[in-house]
Structures are given as C-alpha cells and as structure tokens.
Design a protein around this ligand. Structure first.
Ligand code: PMV
Length: 362
C-alpha cells in the first residue's frame, strides 16, 4: 500500500454541523521505536500491547464555514481552553491535510480528557492523536458516498495518527500491534500499524501492566528531539538491527508462552532504548534514582520468588511493571509494599491489554 491510497476521491456529500466522539487507548511498546525518517516513518519495526484503562476521550465538534487559508480550531482539555496544545495540532493538520482535505472547510472544537492525570508523565500523544484521527475519519466517512471497509478505516486512522505521533499508529486496535515493515511479519507496514496476526499463547492475552509514576513532571527531552538524535548516533544501525531481530525472536515466544524469554527481550529493549539516549550527542538520562531502585527490587523479587514479573520503560522515568494475570494478586501486593514508596505521591495505575479504540455514542 502507498500513501496515495489514503487520498480520498472528491467528496460527494456535505455536512453542516455536528460532533463525533472516540475513546482511544495508550499503548506500551515491547520492542521500541526510536529513530525515524521522512514523514514519521520508523527506522525499525516495533510491537506493543494496547492498553485499556489509560485512554483519551475526544469529542470533535464541527461547523461548516467558507474555506479560509488557515485551520480554524480550538482545543479544550478537561473543559479548559488549552492553547499550548494548539501548535502541535496545527502541525498535525498540516501533515494530514492532503489525506483529509475537508479540514479548512470547517471550524472545529476539540474537547479532550485523559483517564490518567495530565501531569502523570504518561504520554498522552498516542491516545490523543489516535482519538483525534478517528474523529476526523468519522467525519470523512459521512462525506463520501462509497462504503469504507473496517480494515481500510482502521488502516487510514492509524496512518493519520502516525503523522501526529509515531506510536499513536499502534493505538487503533489491540491487543498486540506491529508498526514498521518487518520481513517475518506479513502485511506489516511503515505507513500504519497492523494487528499482530500470528498465534499468541493465552498467557499473553491478558497481560497486566501496572504503571508506577516515578516522575510526574514535564518531559525533559521531547520525543521529536530524541528521535532526531538517532540520525548522527554512532550505534544507530546496530540498534535498528537489534530491534528487528528482537521482533523476530518474539514471534515464537508469543506463540509458545515462553515468559522467561519474553522477559529477556522486553527488559533488554527498555534498557537499549535508554542506552541510546545516554550515548547520543547531546546525551541525557531520563531514568531517576527511583527508576533504578524499582528495577533492582523487581529483579530481587523475581529471583527470590520465581515470579514472572518484569519491567519496561517509555521515554521517561516511569516504570511499566508487566506480569501474567495469574500473578495479579501477588505482584500487586509486592507493588503495594515494596514499590509504592518509590512512586511520586505513592501513585500507580493498574492496566492490562486492551482491544483498541471505540466510538462513543452520546
Ligand atoms: O510516538 P513518539 O514519537 O512519541 O515516540 C515514542 C517512542 C517510545 O515511546 C519511546 C517507544 C515506542 O515505541 O513507543
């Protein structure tokens, strides 16, 4: 599939006024995306668990206007105008205009709320951009006369979301999504995320993710800057190869339910991501002392109890604690007694794999 497949035929219908709402989840990568080229295309393939509790709800209200030269929109977070979000949305609109050419014909109001605290350090770009992409596509669906298949709708939603934030391409469906062309995964694409279609052992179908909020401040380094630092990075090519190799290794692991091997791959991916940050120029460290304390405690607990708990990290200090559902009670007790003291204000969020975004009806 090529980019041009997502340019719609001239619209045949008109819409005056209305609103659409979508709920879209966050996701956590098992094999990480770090490094991009062109129009938000990934340097390596990645795979993630779609989450369930961490999500964004977005309502997009639209009203037809005489087309202007610029986009007309306002953004509201938790019912308060959030002007600081508007440059990012403007950039997103510029990138996607070619594929949803009705943007300048409407005045929009974007109202959004996150299920997680805004200042939790949990990136809202994946859930936020995917929710907005889905809303726009729901409008487009009403402007065309031909029927749009569910497959095409999801592909285009992921394609648009990707242009807002790369990892957002993996938030449309679930529970496991691949993004990036990979030789071992048929149908995989750099343009949009696809549902992981190979056999998955039951243990991975209900995996748990408890997110420990270690540092709830603003991101020190934006992911745009981080991705760009991979251009001149001395270890870049080796890293892209490592990620693709790890994805190949994950295929039999997911099929057979080999949790120990899963842990090796997932933890190594998290640390490799952070190693890239520590070895770029300029270099930076996003982990905090409490991140390391938590990791050390997870390793100790695993050694002492034989548990299958493990960790992964995003581009930040928070720790995602991953474990099979059968261990839920014991791992949550361990988190409560041993890890909670290292969370900012004792905060953590319990989540698990989810099935993706859904349209909200009022
Ligand atoms: O979607 P972006 O551009 O914010 O990149 C995020 C990349 C990581 O979260 C660090 C890894 C990943 O694959 O989600």
């Amino acid at each position: 599939m090529k980019e041009v497949s997502f340019i719609p035929k001239p619209y045949t219908k008109t819409l005056e006024k209305g609103s659409v709402s979508w709920q879209s989840p966050s996701n956590i990568a098992l094999v990480k995306y770090w490094g991009k080229y062109g129009a938000q295309l990934p340097k390596n393939a990645s795979i993630s668990f779609t989450l369930s509790n961490c999500h964004t709800k977005t309502t997009l209200s639209y009203e037809r206007i005489t087309a202007t030269d610029d986009f007309q929109f306002e953004v509201y977070l938790d019912e308060k105008r959030e002007k600081s979000f508007e440059p990012k949305i403007k950039k997103f609109f510029e990138r996607i205009e070619e594929y949803v050419p009705f943007l300048k014909d409407y005045k929009f109001k974007i109202e959004t709320t996150n299920s997680f605290p805004h200042s939790s350090g949990i990136a809202s770009s994946a859930s936020g951009m995917s929710a907005l992409a889905l809303c726009l596509l729901s409008i487009e669906k009403q402007l065309v006369s031909e029927k749009i298949s569910e497959t095409f709708f999801n592909q285009k939603a992921s394609f648009l979301a990707r242009l807002g934030s790369g990892s957002a391409s993996r938030s449309i469906e679930g529970p496991l999504i691949v993004w990036g062309k990979h030789d071992d995964i048929e149908g995989s694409s750099t343009l949009f995320g696809t549902k992981y279609a190979y056999e998955v052992h039951n243990i991975f179908k209900t995996y748990q993710d408890t997110i420990l909020l270690v540092d709830t401040g603003e991101k020190q380094v934006s992911s745009t800057v981080g991705h760009n630092l991979m251009h001149e990075h001395p270890f870049a090519e080796q890293r892209f190869k490592q990620a693709n190799d790890n994805l190949s290794k994950l295929i039999p692991v997911l099929k057979e339910g080999s949790v120990s091997e899963f842990i090796n791959i997932v933890e190594s991916e998290a640390l490799s991501l952070h190693a890239m940050m520590m070895t770029s120029m300029p270099y930076f460290i996003l982990m905090k002392p409490n991140t390391l304390e938590i990791i050390t405690r997870i390793w100790r607990y695993r050694k002492e109890t034989g548990s299958h708990v493990c960790f992964t990290l995003d581009a930040g200090a928070n720790v995602h604690v991953l474990y099979p559902e059968v261990e839920k009670e014991s791992v949550l007790a361990f988190i409560e007694s041993d890890l909670k003291p290292f969370c900012k204000n004792g905060l953590y969020i319990t989540d698990s794999t989810g099935t993706g975004a859904h349209k909200l009806t009022k």
